[in-house]
Ligand binder design. Structure first.
Ligand code: FMN
Length: 341
């Protein structure tokens, strides 16, 4: 199987895994707003290996690994790779999960989450807690890699309570993962304070000495396409991953920042609501969709008013109707040129 982490041209631009965010719908929204060649890799939300290995649990977690045909077509057309991210603390379940994911034939790689800081996972020796259990971390990486021909990668942090970048990343490098994404904060830092990119620079030097075959992706506070390129160059990483930056600008993956009109915002929001309804209408709560509205409704006069209106909309039909009202109002105000419609 192709090790795309090595074969794709560098630097790689990557959309971060984000729980309750980067499902097939949001990924397709981002794909539709990205320019060819400006986005290379995307991740699923993290998926429990215990869940995947349990008959009833599998049903519950499988929506995290859903990939719409329309998303798959866009991924193929743009040569953009999709990585399934998994988490847990039992190597056997990683082994079985990797097999299951490989059999699905939807994914280009498997990533092991060793970074999530939340208590409910950390108390089970999972995710960032594996930084404190390095032998178990190794066992998990080996068990996963042994049972798939997909490239296996790790996403982690620079320490648990303290910064131990070289000790921890050195340890992970011994297992020769195909890539390591480093979120430049400790678990203790959660998402607070600036990301410590100098630590990523240290990890790159270590990689150069110990295992040049492992790709290093830097993560933390990447704010724009240009910022991703600058950070990649400055710290010598093979790529940069964007997380929350996508909420401030869903058009971030464009080499030349496009000028975004209100018509563009309305169009992308309509696409998002419709695709969410068609994909999840019967299974996911409509209210989850509301947290995305502020992505589109900002940066123009009257945005706060419209955000307030959309927060009151009770279902898909009401929010789509509001979108029509908004479109009409801006059209009347001639904020939008007539030829856009
Ligand atoms: C809402 C949300 C959900 C997240 N879920 C995951 C996840 O499932 N797996 C993971 O490895 N990281 C997850 N993260 C962490 C991001 O992938 C990323 O490492 C972090 O946001 C730092 O990048 P940024 O500064 O660009 O936002 C999540 C972050 C956010 C904000």
């Amino acid at each position: 199987m192709d090790n795309f982490w090595q074969s794709l041209p560098k630097p790689l631009l990557v959309l971060a895994p984000m729980e309750d965010v980067t499902d097939t719908v949001f990924r397709e929204v981002v794909l539709s707003a990205s320019a060819p060649g400006a986005l290379n890799v995307m991740f699923t939300e993290f998926t429990s290996t215990d869940g995947l290995c349990h008959e009833k649990g599998r049903e519950k977690v499988s929506q995290r690994l859903k990939v719409n045909k329309s998303e798959l077509d866009r991924l193929k057309a743009g040569n953009i790779k999709l990585v399934a991210q998994i988490w847990g603390d039992n190597p056997e379940n990683f082994r079985k999960s990797a097999q299951l994911i490989t059999e699905m034939q939807l994914f280009d790689g498997i990533d092991i989450n060793m970074g999530c800081p939340v208590n409910k996972v950390v108390k089970h020796k999972s995710c960032s807690a594996l930084i404190n259990y390095p032998d178990l971390a190794k066992e998990i990486i080996y068990a996963t890699a042994e049972s798939t021909d997909l490239p296996v990668s790790v996403k982690t942090r620079i320490g648990f309570n303290q910064i131990i970048t070289e000790e921890w990343i050195g340890h992970v490098l011994e297992t020769k993962p195909k890539a390591i994404t480093i979120h430049a904060r400790t678990r203790k830092m959660m998402s607070e304070g600036p990301a410590l990119w100098d630590e990523i620079g240290k990890a790159v030097e270590l990689r150069n000495q110990l295992n040049p075959g492992t790709v290093i992706i830097g993560n933390g506070d990447v704010s724009s396409y240009g910022d991703a390129l600058e950070k990649a160059e400055k710290y010598g990483v093979d790529g940069a991953m964007v997380g929350t930056g996508i909420f401030r600008n869903p058009w971030l993956f464009n080499q030349i920042a496009p000028e975004i009109t209100i018509a563009d915002r309305i169009e992308l929001m309509r696409f998002h609501i419709s695709l969410y309804r068609d994909t999840w209408g019967g299974s996911k709560d409509y209210n989850v969709l509301k947290r995305f509205f502020k992505i589109y409704l900002n940066g123009f006069a009257g945005a706060a008013h419209w955000r307030d209106q959309f927060m009151r909309a009770l279902n898909f039909d009401e929010s789509l109707e509001l979108l029509c009202n908004m479109q009409n109002e801006f059209r009347m105000k001639e904020y939008i040129t007539a030829d856009r419609y």
